[in-house]
Design a protein around this ligand. Sequence first.
Ligand code: AMP
Length: 115
Amino acid sequence: MADCLFCRIVAGEIPAKIVKRSEDAVAFRDLDPRAPTHVLVIPTRHIAAVRDAGGEEGERAVGRVLGFAAEVATELGLDAGGYRLVTNTGKDAGQSVDHLHFHLLGGRKLSWPPG
Ligand code: AMP
């Protein structure tokens, strides 16, 4: 989508600290990190949010993104300590970018429940 910030990062039109890239997914450092490791993991295909990820194609895309996120976590050394993978959907959750993204957070003890 031409006016989507994260589609533009996928296309290389906006700079980002890319951690890993595949045909289906991209991982890059969050601009405003909330943990020692804070990476956003997104599908390359535009899906607005998890509520829009239904159907066979959406489920396949999300499955690939989750598998990819697990690889990124391993490569960043998060398996031993653990990590959180979270997605915000809609305004009550504070979603600010309408392109499905999973926050991969780790490197410190994370409190529960989130605020
Ligand atoms: P959310 O509030 O769940 O929609 O998360 C959006 C995230 O995108 C926030 O954590 C922002 O810090 C992050 N963000 C916004 N713009 C950029 C950017 N250009 N590069 C990297 N992260 C970004």
